[in-house]
Design a binder for this molecule. Sequence first.
Ligand code: C2E
Ligand code: MG
Ligand code: MG
Ligand code: MG
Length: 291
Amino acid sequence: AAKDDGRNTHRVFTPAMRENATERIMLISKLRSALANDEFELNFQPQIDLASGRIVGAEALLRWNQPELGRVPPGRFIPLAEESGLIIDIGAWVIEQAIATAAAWRSRGLGDIVMAINISALQFRHGNLARDITNALTRARLPGTNLEVELTESTLIDDTDRLEETIALLKRRDVKLAIDDFGTGYSGLTYLRRFAVDRLKVDQSFVRDIDQGDSAALVTAVIQMAHSLGLTVIAEGVETQTQSDQLLGLRCDQAQGYRFGRPMTAAAFESLLIDQAHAPSTTHQSPTVLS
Ligand code: C2E
Ligand code: MG
Ligand code: MG
Ligand code: MG
């Protein structure tokens, strides 16, 4: 755009940037074959009900084990998968796998766990997200209430009929809707009701500083607002007992973070659920499920 010209005219393409571009092209080309070569894996991170200490959910987090490069962090490859459009196919794989895993846990009587999956804006714009998800639910015989889609505020900015229609179709199947990284994006708040959002995930940056005045005030306000609208709140990135205690004091509903468990394999998560199924549910359980 013309207004940007002043800033960009003198931009120099430095060797560091060239290296970066080469690396991006290399990573994208490796990403192209990653699905076919079975290089992806889902990890699952527990979500804890703060009052009871019990695991009530799992967030599916994608891992890429690249034979030559080792584990490439999602922060690096997800943006490239989005840029290249590969996120459509990769995302469809995530949906299928996460739903199948949740259905397997449920059929083994391991509790009423809600599986949360991350969905990129591009998946709402292209492909057929609602159909992919509802078909996967039907195939796995998983009730929609056992699935939650996480999207960010930036996805909702892009307020199209298609987005609205997709969310409406998912809601009709009782799929839950969560706003990820809440508080970091631009947010009008009207969408919370328009899209019937179920849950806010308070970004880990606020949790990290929760012992400081501003973050505590912000988290308090978010929790009060959410509750008055009938939404639940989960805090992300909870690493310490102090943070967990503070959040419980603020009536935060749930928490997720290293304090309760790192993202882990499906097998490791399943053994946590087996332990939980054998633990008494009436007494207060101290949440100690570190992996
Ligand atoms: P996110 O959805 O906000 O996921 C939370 C991130 O915080 C995860 O990073 C998780 O491992 C990390 N985390 C959890 N607890 C703690 C903690 O106590 N302390 C700290 N410091 N970090 C914690 P991860 O797995 O590297 O994923 C990064 C991002 O990549 C995710 O952020 C999400 O935006 C994206 N992502 C991951 N899997 C998928 C996927 O299947 N599809 C899409 N579209 N995006 C994904
Ligand atoms: Mg997430
Ligand atoms: Mg997040
Ligand atoms: Mg994030």
